[in-house]
Design a protein around this ligand. Structure first.
Ligand SMILES: Nc1ncnc2c1ncn2[C@@H]1O[C@H](COP(=O)(O)OP(=O)(O)OP(=O)(O)O)[C@@H](O)[C@H]1O
Ligand SMILES: [Mg+2]
Length: 254
């Protein structure tokens, strides 16, 4: 397994508050790595630094052996999918995927439309190609957003809580699709979620952050069996116990 992305001693302060404290990690090529941790622990800040929307105060980012710490976001070969879809509302589904592709690569409209249609087929949206975003469900909109990012052939796709606006059933089917897609295309993915269960379901590796420090970066099974410290143990078990408790209350009435 080769390393695709490294963070080295990344530090970030906001208003004299230490948000990321000496973060160092490696991400393996072709794996899906989730980032979990309490609200405000620095997940989004780390993602924004990796893609170049935010500058770290110290430290470096290495992509496939090249230092990209000061590289423009558009040259980092990374794509990002946000929580709020951010589709072009005035373009139909096909154009939402085809237009950015054409813009980035200067291929013809026919070529970009053909590639966009192939990708839409992968997520079952070919019949919706002439619909506008307003006519789609939340899950469909997020599929378009994912496919639009995929079209640009990024080395890494970053997700910042892509499911949090969706209801439970849609989340479940989209989670499965993302996992299948990831297995099929083998693009490296970094996936922020506040849902511990989702992280365990989807991930090859999970990074657990707390107060700007990586507590553990390991496979789900190792994290569960060998939590690195009390925080990890309580964070993971707390979520699992809450889940069992709410299941008991809502389904079993106990
Ligand atoms: N642009 C900014 N200016 C000032 N403070 C910021 C800025 N962006 C983030 N912060 C602060 O940095 C800390 C980490 O924020 P971040 O958004 O990275 O957390 P998070 O882990 O993504 O949280 P959540 O789970 O709620 O999305 C928070 O205390 C936040 O208020
Ligand atoms: Mg966040």
């Amino acid at each position: 397994m080769s390393i695709i992305l490294e963070g080295k001693n990344i530090k970030k302060n906001f208003n004299n508050k230490n948000v990321l404290n000496n973060i160092s990690f490696s991400i393996n090529k072709g794996e899906l790595t989730s980032i979990i941790g309490p609200s405000g622990c620095g997940k989004t800040t780390l993602l924004r630094i990796l893609i170049g929307l935010e500058k770290a105060d110290e430290g470096s980012i290495i992509l496939e052996g090249n230092d990209i710490t000061n590289t423009h976001p558009s040259k980092r070969k990374m794509g990002i999918v946000f929580q709020n879809y951010s589709l072009f509302e005035n373009m139909n589904v096909l154009e939402n995927v085809s237009y950015p592709l054409r813009n980035a690569t200067k291929i013809t409209k026919e070529e970009s439309n053909a590639k966009a249609l192939d990708l839409l087929k992968m997520v079952g949206l070919e019949d919706s190609k002439t619909k506008y975003p307003a006519e789609l469900s939340g899950g469909q909109r997020q599929r378009v957003a994912i496919v639009r990012t995929l079209a640009l052939n990024p080395e890494i796709i970053l997700f910042d809580e892509p499911m949090s606006a969706l209801d439970a059933n849609i989340r479940l089917s989209l989670q499965k699709e993302i996992k299948d897609l990831q297995k099929r295309i083998k693009t490296t993915m970094i996936y922020i979620t506040h849902d511990v269960e989702e992280a365990f379901l989807l991930s090859d590796k999970i990074m657990i952050l707390n107060e700007g420090v990586i507590q553990q970066l390991d496979s789900p099974v190792n994290i569960y069996n060998n939590p690195a410290n009390e925080f990890v143990k309580n964070f993971v078990n707390g979520h699992i116990n809450n889940k069992i408790q709410s299941l008991k209350e809502s389904v079993l009435n106990v």
